[in-house]
Design a protein around this ligand. Structure first.
Ligand code: ATP
Ligand code: LTN
Length: 350
């Protein structure tokens, strides 16, 4: 049986947090052996909001190192940087030309992010089309993401179906979003009604960042917003969202069933106890990841090699797909050499 193709991406915007790890990266690593995987550091997506160039360069490497430190194995998965493979930007233009504007204006993430900014860049609106290309140019069957990205994967399906219908073809594979059962949406520790997010993680107390020190992690958990009760149980009620979030984090990190998690806290002395014990399991889970990340960043030779090989493999898949797409859309294939037709240099022919 042929292996399923998996594609997922993560932005190198710094502040990589527990939600990114539990909702996405850790699962990519856990399931990589049974699939053909492409994991992409989506630096072009990061440019949709203003970035400091030196910092973006640093964070791109740091994110790639983080993927490897979290257990993604370059022998089993293709790890690469989006801008190293020009098919993504090229193919995005082609998809732009079949995607209705109204589809993009309806995206929840666009509405949220644009509301937070004074000046909204065109790229921010176009973000989901670039993402659709990421997925479609690799014929991905599955897209493992956190809950917040489900709408973008559904849009990707719509774009693929529209292309297939317009050109009467089955050219694009229709991908499925794959959402985690546990920790699909880790909430902010300072406000359990909003998702933990990189863009809010500069605010101390909001997120546990994967590179935070044990002291910082303990501090953030100790300050986590809960409620005025004492009951430590999973609950859907909005007022228990804080406790529910802490228990979900504990459950995801330990891999235990809900009953076993509640049993672990049956004798806990209030929320203070809960917070410290959740902090402890998180600190222990992150310790080896932080050590490996530091090693990879100390000498980036290994990392650069992985990214160069990854980009080469990614190009082999995506460029022919985009070339074929251009042909289907009626573009003329470029000749190998600008002098090709007449044998004369181009300027002599004009
Ligand atoms: P931003 O705040 O800039 O939108 P982000 O925190 O959402 O960033 P991304 O790089 O956009 O981070 O997301 C990487 C992956 O992590 C995606 O699969 C996304 O669904 C997942 N993810 C992000 N936040 C959470 C969260 N709070 N809980 C679970 N998964 C999450
Ligand atoms: N928008 C995604 C990142 C992303 C992605 C992708 C995820 C870009 N391209 C392709 C899955 C597949 C996010 O996590 N915010």
């Amino acid at each position: 049986m042929t292996k399923k193709r998996v594609f997922s991406g993560i932005q190198p915007t710094g502040n990589t947090h527990l939600g990114n790890y539990l909702g996405a990266i850790r699962r990519w690593a856990a399931e990589q052996a049974d699939k053909t995987n492409f994991f992409c550091v989506v630096d072009l997506h990061s440019l949709t909001v203003p970035q400091d160039p030196a910092q973006l360069r640093h964070e791109t490497r740091s994110m790639a190192a983080m993927l490897l430190a979290c257990g993604i194995d370059p022998q089993q998965s293709t790890v690469f940087v989006q801008s190293h493979v020009t098919a993504h930007a090229e193919g995005c233009w082609l998809l732009n030309c079949i995607t209705p504007l109204g589809w993009l204006q309806r995206m929840t993430q666009f509405k949220d992010k644009s509301a937070r900014q004074e000046s909204v860049l065109t790229g921010l609106l176009d973000y989901p089309v670039l993402m659709a290309g990421d997925i479609l140019f690799y014929d991905a069957d599955e897209v493992p993401v956190g809950e917040d990205q489900k709408q973008h994967v559904e849009l990707t399906r719509d774009i693929a179906q529209r292309f297939n219908a317009l050109y009467d073809t089955e050219f694009f594979v229709i991908p499925q979003p794959v959402i985690a059962k546990v920790a699909a949406r880790v909430m902010g520790l300072d406000d359990p009604t909003v998702k933990m997010s990189k863009s809010l993680a500069d605010k101390r107390g909001h997120a546990v960042r994967l590179l935070d020190s044990p002291d910082e992690i303990l501090y953030v958990f100790k300050r986590a917003v809960t409620d005025s009760g004492r009951e430590i149980r999973f609950a859907d009620e909005p007022e228990k969202a804080g406790v529910n979030n802490l228990l979900s984090i504990y459950q995801a990190v330990t891999g235990k069933e809900k009953d076993a998690v509640e049993a672990d806290f049956a004798t806990a002395r209030g929320y203070g106890d809960l917070k410290v014990r959740v902090a402890e399991v998180v600190i222990e889970a992150l310790r080896p990841i932080q050590a490996r990340h530091a090693e990879l960043m100390a000498d980036t030779g290994e990392l650069d090699q992985v990214l160069a090989e990854g980009a080469a493999r990614a190009r082999e898949i995506s460029q022919p797909k985009v070339d074929e797409m251009k042909h289907i859309m009626g573009l003329v294939a470029a000749s190998v050499h600008p002098t090709s037709e007449s044998g004369m240099p181009l300027q002599d022919r004009l």
